[in-house]
Design a protein around this ligand. Structure first.
Ligand SMILES: [Zn+2]
Length: 336
């Protein structure tokens, strides 16, 4: 099945070369990396928007202020890319995504995280026309922010647990061929753990390819409001936490925390999840991510409601009711 992902051009080359032929382009970016990247560009953008906030008012103000641009370039992490994505969505211009960290797969998804009345909503669709992967720039970022790329890949393991439960308990349609492809990605991910941990030159391209493969596999299911085989209960944990506390997080780190929680809820093996995550050097602990016990407990208790509000089905959350001791045990698991 052809998906819009197959039409995205992914360029594994330097920004200088990749952006050389752009004429009237506007850059949405953050600091870092803008000051170290802008000198590489052969000609400057017609406008540079430093993205502080991704609330709808600010993004709409950008759209009215920048009157003409043929291409919106999002250069940075999730916020910069989402601001460019939103601008391109509203104005219909081209959209070029230049991720400078891989902590989330937002650089290739069609949804932009936009804060509306204080709460992040994911709106879209705007697919990138082109993604520029400048491996040198990406590898220049703190390692932690690229190790976090595994969050949106390891999530497939949880998604498959969710999907099989939905098949067994709710008669949900299940495609073994799609599941097998997701399993292949997971095997590739685990085999690359030493490279990913060190963020070597051999790690970047496979991470991008794995994000792309899983998003392509997920696409037909997303059309029907399902998330398999890429996202699952760990993402519900993330979205719920984000809604409740309103602070920005490193996506892949919290997704990893959520993966530990989700494997516990599934009655699977959370210790294995922790070992897997540690092999990438990802610190999934509540202390590293920066969440308190109260926030954690509230998140666990609110996942069912948030899932329902989003119209999504997460059977393991819907049909379960974690006891006080379950919450304590999950907190213990994510505390060390
Ligand atoms: Zn994600």
């Amino acid at each position: 099945m052809s998906s819009p992902f197959s039409r995205i051009v992914v360029e594994y080359r330097g920004v200088q070369e990749a952006l050389r032929d752009l004429e009237d382009y506007v850059v949405f970016t953050v600091e870092p990396p803008w000051s170290s990247v802008k000198g590489l560009l052969t000609h400057p953008p017609i406008e540079t928007v430093m993205v502080e906030e991704v609330d709808r008012e600010t993004l709409d103000a950008n759209t009215s202020r920048v009157t003409h641009a043929g291409t919106a370039v999002g250069l940075g992490g999730g916020r910069a890319v989402d601001a460019a994505k939103y601008f391109a969505l509203k104005t219909g211009c081209r959209f070029v995504s230049v991720p400078t960290i891989l902590a989330a797969d937002a650089y290739l998804t069609p949804k932009a995280g936009v804060r509306i009345d204080g709460v992040v909503n994911y709106i879209g669709d705007k697919f990138a026309d082109e993604i520029v992967v400048d491996q040198k720039i990406i590898r220049g970022a703190p390692k932690r922010l690229n190790r976090a790329a595994i969050g949106d890949i390891y999530s497939a393991r949880i998604s498959l647990l969710d999907w099989r439960r939905a098949r067994d308990e709710a008669g949900e349609e299940y495609d073994p061929a799609v599941a097998a492809k997701a399993e292949e990605v997971l095997s590739r991910l685990m085999a690359l753990a030493p490279e990913i941990k060190e963020v070597t030159a051999g790690a970047i391209r496979p991470l991008v390819e794995m994000h792309m493969t899983l998003n392509s596999l997920q696409f037909p299911y997303l059309q029907r409001g399902k998330f398999w085989p890429q996202e699952g209960t760990e993402h519900l944990f993330f979205y719920t936490l984000e809604k409740l506390v309103g602070r920005p997080f490193v996506h892949g780190d919290v997704i990893s925390t959520g993966a530990v929680v989700a494997t516990y809820l599934h009655g699977a093996d959370p210790e294995k999840t922790k070992d897997d995550l540690r092999s990438f050097g990802v610190d999934f602990t509540a202390g590293a991510v920066g969440i308190t016990y109260d926030e954690f407990e509230k998140t666990i208790r609110s996942m069912k409601r948030v899932g329902k509000e989003a119209g999504a089905e997460y059977l393991v959350v819907e049909r379960g009711a974690p006891t006080e001791s379950d919450v304590r045990e999950m907190w213990r698991l994510v505390s060390q």
